[in-house]
Write a protein that binds this ligand. Structure first.
Ligand SMILES: Nc1ncnc2c1ncn2[C@@H]1O[C@H](COP(=O)(O)OP(=O)(O)OP(=O)(O)O)[C@@H](O)[C@H]1O
Length: 277
């Protein structure tokens, strides 16, 4: 078997090919204003972004620049004030059942075991008991919690709780995952493990992912493209394709000069936004 070009060149070629994939989520000239008791203000403005099926997109930017607002629109929890948001080419009307949403807050019920928590979305969907059991067992294995189904949330570590929350979202097989700083509150080692595991799951399942983070390194390690937001009003200031080959070896990537170059380039764009804020 012949191998042509460097790994980065091959990954770039793969990324170019991937551009043929259909579009999962698109934002066209999207704006959103909010009115509070004191004022009306523009949270996001002029958002143009097309996300392809199976793409892993990381969104980074200062606090309050509208990252969650963007995810809420894709979930159908919030409507735009201007422009259009499409899912699978159609306007989103009401809750979008094709997406799964993982937030920073743990959503497990303390009085239910992990198994019962993960099973909840299927109970709501009235999936028959036997199928529920099979799907729950499958997804707990996928996130590495196969042995912990009988435990209660209070008996799990922070990382396990995050994985259980991810399982609860994956169990109803959404095509798109919205992840809003899912690992924000965890220590560095746990974050790293969960980043690795999330990418492993993504490599297998190839769902479309919109992942919001405050951590530039996390964004570059994980994404196909990093979307950089600016503030006042929230808007996209840059989109960076990340062409490192997959599966990614975090250890060697972090010491790769190309990784450092991307990090510096994006940090130069991001840091003034953080300071202004
Ligand atoms: N329902 C709402 N009513 C009024 N203002 C809102 C509402 N939702 C969001 N906002 C405001 O819109 C702006 C964008 O909020 P959003 O949560 O999208 O930002 P973010 O980039 O996700 O912030 P963070 O990184 O801190 O989570 C903020 O100023 C926020 O206070």
């Amino acid at each position: 078997m012949s191998s042509i070009g460097t790994s980065t060149e091959r990954a770039s070629a793969a990324a170019a090919q991937a551009d043929d994939r259909p579009i999962a989520v698109s934002y066209h000239q999207v704006g959103r204003t909010f009115t509070t008791a004191k004022r009306t203000f523009t949270a996001v403005q002029g958002i143009d972004l097309e996300i392809r099926k199976g793409e892993f997109i990381c969104i980074i930017g200062p606090s309050g620049c509208g990252k969650s607002t963007l995810l809420n629109m894709a979930a159908g929890l919030l409507t735009q004030s201007t422009g259009e948001v499409l899912y699978d080419g159609k306007p989103i009307n009401g809750i979008n059942n094709d997406v799964g949403y993982v937030t920073q807050k743990d959503t497990l019920l303390p009085w239910r075991t992990v198994e019962k928590n993960v099973s909840l979305p299927l109970e709501v969907q009235k999936v028959p008991r036997r199928e529920r059991k099979e799907r729950v067992a499958q997804v707990l294995d996928l996130v590495g919690l196969g042995q912990y189904g009988n435990r209660y949330p209070s008996q799990l570590s922070g990382g396990m709780l995050k994985r259980a929350a991810l399982a609860q979202t994956l169990v109803y097989r959404p095509n798109t995952l919205l992840m809003d700083e899912p690992f924000g509150a965890l220590d560095a080692q746990l974050r790293l493990n969960l980043q690795r595991q999330t990418l492993e799951i993504w490599e297998r399942e190839r769902k479309t992912v919109l992942f919001v983070t405050h951590d530039l390194e996390e964004a570059i390690l994980m994404a196909d493209r990093v979307v950089v937001f600016g503030a006042n009003p929230g808007r996209i200031i840059h989109v960076e394709p990340i062409t490192f080959a997959r599966p990614r070896d975090f250890g060697s990537l972090r010491t790769d000069p190309e990784f450092a170059a991307v990090w510096s380039r994006l940090w130069a764009l991001l840091s003034p936004q953080m300071e202004d804020h």
